[in-house]
Design a protein around this ligand. Structure first.
Ligand SMILES: Cc1ncc(COP(=O)(O)O)c(C=O)c1O
Length: 414
């Protein structure tokens, strides 16, 4: 029987101090003003929610009326083509979720036991797990402190003859600095697989996430910038990777004859129903990105005068899509710590979420990375959280959230 990896806070030593408190209960205490309340919310401001105001219902109805509800149908190919084109990639391979999109992309590399894949330690666990599913080893690097992305200065030192890929994760919708990363990868003959799960529409020097490496994986989970409920996609301009990914997605059925398999494939298919929602969402992606960038401006402006609150920065070469609008709290300057501020917000009906807990601090990876330390990721984990970030957020809600952050700030009350 599988046993959980137990890790007590005592065993973590001083690393225990970065582990966030349990989520506070969000009280039903927000009073929405109807004319501002586009999403018809009444009692809390959620950290995120889907916006389904386009052709979603119409397309799903078409899928049902035509009887194409499983994993073949025109919405699958249309969604793949349109989303890939949006990203600037030649091919899109729709699949069941973002985790398997990353696994599928990595599976095409033919990784073997003892092969290594370099990833940032500050990410969602699916990035590391996708490497582990392939039987390979995740190798960690820290983050840079300005934009909270993988620290490229640390990557070269981690490259060994067994390194097969580097996986930049565009954390919270801000792209990684891709040119130096690609140059490094090229120099060592290593592939780059973007984890773009959080970065739909994000741009690096005018090029979109999903077209910045050899392949990329996206998530369409309900909290993502566009959603299919559950869903994911691999994008690539490499025809061989695309063909293999399509094949592996569907049990690696052979083209020669049915029930004839030359690879251990997977059932990672997406349904036509999900793709119908996805297509309608792609049609609205530009407006979602514009709304999120406007929300970030409003948040930045209203939070800038509050001591001890560090707002997210945008690199000169980046278009950040703010999947989540994250802030850092400096306890000494603000007068309370991150967990205390989250509690104060929750009491006023505002839902928030803490930043990722780095991979080297996870019970399941503790033995593998034992003794490794990544100070920037640890600091982000200790002080960071994100504010309500949905595309449907109203200006009134942003004002309410930032007013609460100002009102409860002990340093401002003197
Ligand atoms: C960076 C990153 N990678 C991968 C995933 C996995 O996506 P999914 O939840 O669709 O499997 C997520 C999901 O939040 C993510 O944030």
């Amino acid at each position: 029987m599988l046993q959980p990896a137990n890790l007590s806070l005592e065993e973590m030593g001083d690393l225990a101090a970065i582990i966030p408190a349990a989520d506070p209960e969000v009280k039903l205490s927000y009073r929405a003003i109807p004319e501002f309340d586009r999403a018809n919310r009444r009692s809390i401001i959620p950290v995120c929610e889907p916006t389904l105001g386009g052709n979603e219902l119409k397309y799903v109805q078409q899928a049902i009326e035509t009887n194409w509800i499983s994993s073949a149908g025109k919405f699958i190919s249309d969604f793949e083509a349109q989303f890939a084109a949006y990203c600037g990639a030649k091919y899109g391979i729709a699949c069941a979720n973002g985790t398997v999109a990353m696994h599928l992309a990595m599976a095409t590399l033919g990784l073997e036991a003892e092969d290594e894949v370099i990833i940032p330690t500050f990410t969602m666990i699916a990035t590391a797990n996708a490497v582990t599913y392939c039987g390979a080893k995740p190798v960690l690097v820290d983050m840079e402190p300005d934009y909270w992305q993988m620290d490229l200065n640390q990557v070269e030192a981690k490259i060994t003859p067994r390194t097969k890929a580097i996986v930049p994760v565009h954390i919270y919708g801000h792209p990684t600095d891709m040119d130096p990363l690609r140059e490094l990868a090229h120099k060592h003959g290593i592939l780059v697989i973007e984890d773009a799960a959080e970065a739909h529409g994000a741009e690096y020097k005018g090029r979109r996430a999903g077209s910045l490496g050899d392949a990329a994986g996206f998530s369409f989970y309900g909290n993502k910038i566009i959603t299919t409920g559950e869903g994911g996609m691999v994008t690539t301009s490499n025809r061989d990777i695309a063909r293999l990914a399509w094949n592996l997605r569907d049990h690696a059925f052979s083209h020669e004859r049915h029930f004839w398999h030359k690879f251990v494939g997977f059932n990672y298919r997406m349904t036509n129903l999900q793709a119908a929602v996805g297509l309608a969402q792609v049609e609205q992606l530009d407006s979602f990105v514009a709304a999120r960038r406007q929300h970030a401006l409003e948040y930045n402006c209203r939070l800038s005068a509050i001591p001890g609150i560090r707002t997210p920065a945008e690199a000169p070469w980046a278009k950040n899509v703010y999947w989540m609008y994250g802030i850092l709290v400096d306890e000494d300057e603000y007068g309370m710590n991150r967990d205390q501020l989250r509690k104060a917000l929750a009491e006023r009906g505002i839902e928030t979420r803490t930043f990722f807990i780095p991979m080297h601090c996870q019970p399941v990876y503790w033995q593998q990375f034992r003794g490794e330390r990544y100070p920037v990721a640890e600091d982000l984990c200790r002080r960071g959280f994100y504010l309500p970030s949905a595309s449907s957020l109203s200006l009134h809600e942003i004002e309410y959230v930032t007013d609460v952050i100002r009102e409860v700030c002990p340093a401002m009350r003197g």
